[in-house]
Design a protein around this ligand. Structure first.
Ligand SMILES: *[C@@H]1O[C@H](CO)[C@@H](O)[C@H](O)[C@H]1NC(C)=O
Ligand SMILES: *[C@@H]1O[C@H](CO)[C@@H](O)[C@H](O)[C@H]1NC(C)=O
Ligand SMILES: *[C@@H]1O[C@H](CO)[C@@H](O)[C@H](O)[C@H]1NC(C)=O
Ligand SMILES: *[C@@H]1O[C@H](CO)[C@@H](O)[C@H](O)[C@H]1NC(C)=O
Ligand SMILES: *[C@@H]1O[C@H](CO)[C@@H](O)[C@H](O)[C@H]1NC(C)=O
Length: 251
C-alpha cells in the first residue's frame, strides 16, 4: 500500500507537469474551466489505469509467492521420496544378501545330506585277549563290517566326522574265558577323554559291556576307543568287541 501511494503521487506529479507543458500557454490559460476539466479527467483516467496496473502487479507477486511455496513443498516431498527410494533400495539389497546366504546354506545342506555316514567295525581275529598293556593304547577295529562315507579308518581305529552334524557312536567290549582282569575301554574325542565303559575284577566268565553317545561333531573331529592300562578286551570271530557310529542328521 505504501509503495502504491508513492507511485500514484509521483505519477500524478509527472502527469500534471506534462499537462502544464502540453498547454504551452501562460498559467492563466489554466483558468479555462474546460481545460481544467480535461486535465482532471485525464489525471483521473491515468490514476485508474495505474491502480489497475498496481493491482495486477500485486496479484502477480502473490502468485509468484504461491508458486515459490508450492515449489518448496514439492522439493520437500521429492527429497522424502528420494529417501524412501533409497531405503527401499537398501532393504532390497539387504534382502538380496540374506537370500544369497540362505541359498548358500541350502546348497551346503543339500550337499551334506547327499553324504551318508555309517560304520561298524570289530577287533575280530586272531581270537584272544588284547592287553593287558602298561599304557593306554588305541583299539584298532580291523574288521570293517560297514564303512559308508569312509569316515572310519581301519588302520588307525579313528572315526573322523566328514562335516558338521549330529552323530551317534556306540561301542561294546567283551571278555571271554578269562576273569583275571578289568574289562573295558575309554572313548576319546580329539585327544580328550570322553567316557569310560567297563567292569572291574573277576565277576563272570563271559562279560560284555557297551555304551553309546550322541554328539554334535564338526568336520575333522575324531572319535576312537582306547584300552586303559591294565585292562583287557577279548574278541574272536564273533566280533564281541566293536565300535559303531552313524550320522543322525547334518546341521
Ligand atoms: C541402490 O543400492 C546399490 C547397492 O547397495 C547402490 O550401488 C545404488 O547406488 C543404490 N541406488 C540408489 C538409487 O540408492
Ligand atoms: C542406505 O545404505 C547406505 C550404505 O549402506 C547408507 O549410507 C544410507 O544411510 C542408507 N540409507 C537409508 C535411507 O537407510
Ligand atoms: C560338497 O561336498 C563335497 C564333497 O564332500 C565338497 O568337496 C564340496 O566343497 C561341497 N560343496 C559345498 C557347496 O559345500
Ligand atoms: C587312514 O590312516 C592312515 C594313517 O594315518 C592313512 O595313511 C590313511 O590314508 C588313512 N586312510 C583313509 C582312507 O583316510
Ligand atoms: C587270562 O589270560 C591270561 C593271559 O592270556 C592268562 O595268563 C590267565 O591264565 C587267564 N586267566 C584265566 C582265568 O583263564
Amino acid at each position: 500500500m505504501e509503495r502504491t501511494a508513492v507511485v500514484v503521487v509521483v505519477a500524478l506529479m509527472m502527469l500534471l507537469q506534462n499537462s502544464l507543458q502540453d498547454t504551452q500557454g501562460p498559467v492563466t490559460s489554466l483558468n479555462s474551466s474546460a481545460e481544467l476539466k480535461q486535465i482532471r479527467d485525464l489525471l483521473f483516467q491515468q490514476g485508474l489505469n495505474l491502480t489497475e496496473l498496481l493491482k495486477k502487479d500485486t496479484a502477480l507477486e502473490k502468485e509468484m509467492e504461491n508458486l515459490k511455496k508450492v515449489n518448496g513443498e514439492q522439493a520437500v516431498a521429492l527429497s522424502a521420496m528420494k529417501r524412501e527410494l533409497e531405503q527401499l533400495n537398501n532393504t532390497s539389497a539387504a534382502q538380496a544378501r540374506a537370500l544369497s546366504a540362505v541359498k548358500s546354506d541350502l546348497k551346503t545342506l543339500k550337499n551334506e545330506s547327499a553324504e551318508k555316514v555309517a560304520f561298524s567295525a570289530a577287533l575280530g581275529l586272531p581270537a584272544g585277549l588284547r592287553g593287558p598293556k602298561n599304557a593306554e593304547t588305541t583299539l584298532v577295529y580291523k574288521n570293517v563290517l560297514t564303512n559308508i562315507g569312509n569316515a572310519y579308518n581301519s588302520s588307525t581305529g579313528i572315526f573322523t566326522a566328514p562335516f558338521r552334524g549330529v552323530y551317534y557312536v556306540r561301542f561294546t567290549a567283551a571278555v571271554y574265558n578269562n576273569n583275571s582282569y578289568n574289562l573295558g575301554l575309554n572313548l576319546y574325542k580329539n585327544g580328550h577323554y570322553l567316557l569310560h565303559l567297563g567292569e572291574n575284577g573277576p565277576d563272570g566268565y563271559a562279560k560284555h559291556v557297551s555304551s553309546g553317545v550322541t554328539l554334535v561333531l564338526v568336520a575333522g573331529d575324531q572319535l576312537y576307543t582306547r584300552l586303559p592300562a591294565n585292562y583287557v578286551v577279548w574278541d574272536d570271530s564273533l566280533f564281541r568287541t566293536s565300535f559303531s557310529g552313524f550320522l543322525l542328521f547334518p546341521m
